[in-house]
Design a protein around this ligand. Structure first.
Ligand SMILES: NC(=O)CCC(=O)C(=O)O
Length: 260
């Protein structure tokens, strides 16, 4: 499966502009790299313009759903749609929607761990469920940005057979070393592919770290974005490698389920 992470800058609180820019980038990625699966960053529609979510969030995700469905079908690609500001009645969630090549929604997940450091919990409601979905035959899960600091949360879908972890993010540059280390650790401990798409650029409060990563189940980085520039990061992944690594180092069998 060929992956393309769309590492872009995001305009603060301007969904229309972001839709236009990201659609152009997706079309460019498809023309130049012929990916099977496209991955977008976190909150790519609004950015972290949290105080204006009443005005700019997507009611029931109607707009994003229509756009993701028609684009994935037209271009014959899977789209792991990063995340959007998704309004459900009076609450807003940081929600990811995944579509397959037929334009069908196959996955949804709302960020469970909200980052108090960025005051996310004041404006966004937390999700309660993790997710499992199948992309081109590969069982996958997804966590959003700050979630990667909580390995006990991420473990559950891997105990249920996941082989790939997708991570849309808006990770600031001041904690860049944590981004790399945490993603490599999640790949090694779960013996899975990690496909992490971060944004670049700045908003009024933060500068973001880019460095989108594709990491194999051995923990080796196989593709990496730059820190400052918009970029399409591509990699070919081989999910059968997950089984090889799990046989070589059988940590799933060696877990002490009598103790934890
Ligand atoms: N958008 C985020 O969740 C940022 C996470 C972060 O900055 C951190 O965990 O550190």
């Amino acid at each position: 499966m060929k992956i393309a992470c769309i590492q872009v800058d995001i305009q603060y609180g301007k969904p229309e502009k972001n839709y236009e820019h990201i659609e152009n980038k997706i079309r460019e990625a498809v023309e130049q790299h012929h990916p099977d699966t496209i991955v977008l960053p976190e909150l790519w529609d609004t950015g972290y313009d949290l105080t204006r979510l009443d005005e700019i969030s997507d009611h029931n995700g109607v707009k994003a759903k229509q756009w993701l469905s028609s684009l994935s079908k037209e271009l014959n690609i899977n789209i792991v749609g990063g995340s959007i500001a998704y309004r459900e009645e009076d609450l807003v969630y940081n929600t990811s929607l995944t579509y397959n090549r037929n334009g069908e929604q196959i996955g949804t997940y709302s960020k469970a761990h909200l980052i108090t450091l960025m005051e996310e919990e004041k404006y966004i409601s937390p999700g309660k469920n993790n997710t499992l979905f199948t992309i081109d035959g590969n069982l996958s899960t997804l966590s959003i940005c700050y979630d990667i600091r909580f390995p006990e949360w991420i473990r559950a879908p891997f105990l249920n057979g996941a082989k790939i972890l997708f991570v849309p993010a808006e990770w600031p540059i001041q904690r860049q070393s944590h981004w790399r280390a945490l993603l490599i650790a999640r790949a090694i401990e779960n013996q899975c592919y990690v496909i992490a798409c971060n944004r670049v650029g700045s908003d009024p409060k933060n500068t973001f770290a880019g460095q989108s990563l594709v990491i194999d189940p051995w923990g080796d980085i196989i593709a990496e974005g730059s820190v400052h520039d918009e970029e399409i990061i591509t990699a070919e992944i081989f999910p059968e490698l997950v089984d090889d690594v799990r046989v070589k180092v059988p940590v799933f069998n060696d877990r002490r389920t009598d103790l934890y």
